[in-house]
Unconditional design. Sequence first.
Lengths: 116, 110
Amino acid sequence: EAGVTQFPSHSVIEKGQTVTLRCDPISGHDNLYWYRRVMGKEIKFLLHFVKESKQDESGMPNNRFLAERTGGTYSTLKVQPAELEDSGVYFCASSQGASGSLGIQYFGAGTRLSVL
Amino acid sequence: SQQGEEDPQALSIQEGENATMNCSYKTSINNLQWYRQNSGRGLVHLILIRSNEREKHSGRLRVTLDTSKKSSSLLITASRAADTASYFCATDAGYSTLTFGKGTMLLVSP
């Protein structure tokens, strides 16, 4: 069974450009999460989908970030326009179940975003 | 300090030795989890311990949880070079999101 996959693995863009990150969760997982690790800091939660609905987006830094999960399958995270401080590694994770604290989250390898 | 803060920040040991990493947190939790990240790879789930558990084992891993001190420890016994990685603790306060610390970088030399 395939794990959580993320694309691209690395993206280098200039300040002001737009970047879209994609995450394919494990098949059948209702919960999908986005996290981010900025250099030297801890991994921080961005948002949580349950199927296609945003359950919690309290970690989204600002309105330059837009996450979608069409049809409750894969998810995209768009940054528009990108700023220097957006550089970091963006992780996606998924877990089973419909809602609530369910325990194990399975992570993808991450997308390393470099904004120049 | 941050929720789920690990110490030490870096640990260097020889193969065969035991490695102990600690994690402290600030708020009440539903469970605490440990993850490993090899360079350039994703986070791999190692072990989950619930708030009503005090100790848990999985292979060469032993995790303890002291909710009165809001702390946890991860012990890796008989370490191997392949254990070289960053280790993170993550707390789940019951809202389904994880709060991570900055991690401990473990280097196991042959």
